[in-house]
Ligand binder design. Structure first.
Ligand code: SF4
Length: 155
């Protein structure tokens, strides 16, 4: 059984993230899809997928083996920018390059909290992944949470 238990630190971070989203929600933002960035962790990709998508997400064949295909379909329909980040440094450089006005970021407690603290001046809506198989492998992201955030903030 690999499932991780929630540590006290994670519980504290979850409260911080909840407050962050409450504050961002109160801003009443409506952002053009092309000005919004969806930032995803590479660990939501099925670990036995033969395609490398961290840098070239178009390599995904949208086979249904993990959530990535559904997210790419949503991106194509709505038109937001999207990055699958192999690490925090890559994400930060991509944000500098793409200059989004709004970010929907999904990650584990630690990465989401450090990203929100690092990135100044851009509202970030955070979505936590779960780790039923332990850290950094076959993590789970609820597609409905992405879909709801897109509906709530993007035009
Ligand atoms: S949807 Fe299929 S092809 Fe795309 S990343 Fe997941 S397992 Fe790989």
């Amino acid at each position: 059984m690999n499932e991780e238990t929630t540590s006290d630190k994670d519980r504290v971070i979850r409260e911080i993230l909840k407050n962050n989203n409450l504050c961002v929600g109160k801003l009443g933002l409506k952002v053009l899809a092309r000005d919004a960035l969806l930032l995803l962790p590479h660990c939501i990709q099925y670990s036995e997928c033969p395609y490398r998508i961290a840098i070239h997400m178009e390599n995904c064949t949208r086979c249904g083996g993990c959530v990535m295909g559904k997210i790419l379909n949503l991106r194509d329909k709505i038109g937001f920018q999207m990055i699958i980040a192999p690490g925090g440094g890559f994400a930060r450089r991509a944000i500098e390059k793409l200059c989004p006005k709004f970010i929907i970021a999904s990650a584990c407690e630690h990465d989401l909290a450090s990203g929100i603290m690092d990135i100044k001046g851009i509202p970030i809506w955070g979505i936590l992944i779960s780790r039923p198989n332990g850290p950094c492998i076959d993590t789970c992201l609820d597609f409905a949470e992405i879909d709801n955030a897109v509906k709530k903030f993007l035009i």
